[in-house]
Design a protein. Structure first.
Length: 73
C-alpha cells in the first residue's frame, strides 16, 4: 500500500490578553475572514505573509503552525 502524509499549515496571530485570575497571557488567535487560509507548506505561508503586508500590520506577532496531518492511502 502506498501512503502519503499530508500536512497543512495556518497562520495564527499572537495576542497579549488580560484574563480573569491571571495577569496576562499570550494566546493564539486565527486570522479572520479571507485571511484565514491553509497552506501546503511553511514556505508558502511565508510567501503569503510577504505578499500581504497590509493584512499583517494588524498582527505583527504571528506564528505558522501545522494544523493537521492527513494520511492518504
Amino acid at each position: 500500500m502506498n501512503t502519503r502524509l499530508l500536512t497543512k499549515f495556518r497562520i495564527f496571530k499572537l495576542t497579549h490578553e488580560r484574563t480573569p485570575g491571571h495577569d496576562t497571557v499570550w494566546s493564539f488567535k486565527p486570522l479572520v475572514g479571507e485571511e484565514n487560509h491553509e497552506f501546503d507548506s511553511e514556505a508558502a505561508a511565508h510567501e503569503w505573509v510577504a505578499d500581504n503586508p497590509e493584512i499583517m500590520i494588524r498582527c505583527r506577532e504571528f506564528i505558522i503552525v501545522p494544523v493537521y496531518h492527513l494520511v492518504l492511502a
